[in-house]
Design a protein around this ligand. Sequence first.
Ligand SMILES: *Cc1c(COP(=O)(O)O)cnc(C)c1O
Length: 494
Amino acid sequence: MTLIYQSTRDAKNTATASQAILKGLATDGGLYTPTVFPEISLDFNQLKDLSYQDIAKKILSAFLDDFTPEEIAYCVSNAYDDKFDTELIAPIVKLNGQYHLELFHGSTIAFKDMALSILPYLMTTAAKKQGVDNKIVILTATSGDTGKAAMAGFADVPGTEIFVFYPKNGVSRIQELQMVTQEGENTHVLAIDGNFDDAQTSVKNMFNDEELRDLLLEKGIQFSSANSMNIGRLVPQIVYYVYAYAQLLKQGEIDNGELINFSVPTGNFGNILAAFYASKIGVPIGKLICASNENNVLTDFFNTATYDKNRPFKVTTSPSMDILVSSNLERLVFHLVGNDATKTRELMAQLANEGSYQLPVKEASILNLFAAGFANQEQTSQDIARVYLENHYVEDPHTAVASSVYKDYQEKTKDTTKTVVVSTASPYKFPTVVVKALERTSITDDFEAVKKLKKLSQIVIPKAVDGIEKAPIRHQTTIATKDMKETVERYLGL
Ligand SMILES: *Cc1c(COP(=O)(O)O)cnc(C)c1O
């Protein structure tokens, strides 16, 4: 049986997995979403002895079922190789009172690598399967980490070109340097004068621009997306939730079938949505804790069933979560209203027009799976210090948000279920924030902070950061948000 992905805004707009990956976004502005989940037997007594790659093959084959096993194996083995600095790919660390699932062992030291190291293979394979020989142009809005990870995957991949838009004043120094030093003839990095939501909205508008689409097709070009709106980003993220459960079982930390919680630092709702899909295929999950920073629109959504983005946008110490329009929530909303595309389209129109909507909840069983909370910057900083003091382990600020929100949740609910904090970046990506939290000194230079962090953490400085301050700058254009489309057209020679 071929699994069908349906647009969240139009029941008639459907695609197979490879079609959905190639398109990225549905042309009606919706997101391709599974309406039924693959039946897959997760026998953890068996899974616990499998490698990350073998679990990936199993999960990907089930969700991307119009790919052949050979195609999946090709994509998996090229993605999860020695680009990762550990054979485990996503190791679990046991700390005092919580486990950390480390998703930052890939080439750009943030969790985006988990999916973006495989997406280029999935996309070029999908193009071959579909007999598409158009040039594929990837448009990416980034809050700091997606951009670099996407370019690391797509740089010099034949038949592709990639544009990355990031908020000029909304990323860390290291994140910015990682992007502007990116090599590859097919890469374009552009800073914009707006915030992440502005970048994401303009990218979505370009996708939905029919005139532009026709113009591109005449030139043999089509757009696709490397954001988590692409189902090819989401499905590879399900893998590590299955793997985490299998590893905990293998290490004797849990019994087979025992429920566990995940606390997930959330921005665009991609990572935690993958956790929800993992629960749908049978990973025993008690609660999914949705952890936000001061841009706490999701905390309010889960607590009041109202989404309201009419509030000030805050630049925080966890920039990859500085988001007020959380794209992937649309998929959860679609499930919450009973996979009703008409209703979802109405709600999304309200969001676009009024900046808010109220959820007419139908599927309470889905809502009950989630808990939500947020941590402000002081709480985040305190958690970095606490975890270091208790474990001599250094968290990055995004992970610290999830850890702090979990602590709060645990104190309030007395829920003693074993909990995995999803650890999304290496502390080396945000060194000044981390060193400030640990030493309570004011330090402003990222590279001074890297040296200090090495002393404090005793962790080798990752390749992704080492020497980056001396690498040649290859991209230095800043544009106005309103000129994004015009810039893309000019670069593509339209
Ligand atoms: C992208 C990112 C997040 C948020 O993930 P979403 O899938 O957008 O919810 C959290 N932490 C880090 C370090 C990230 O790069």
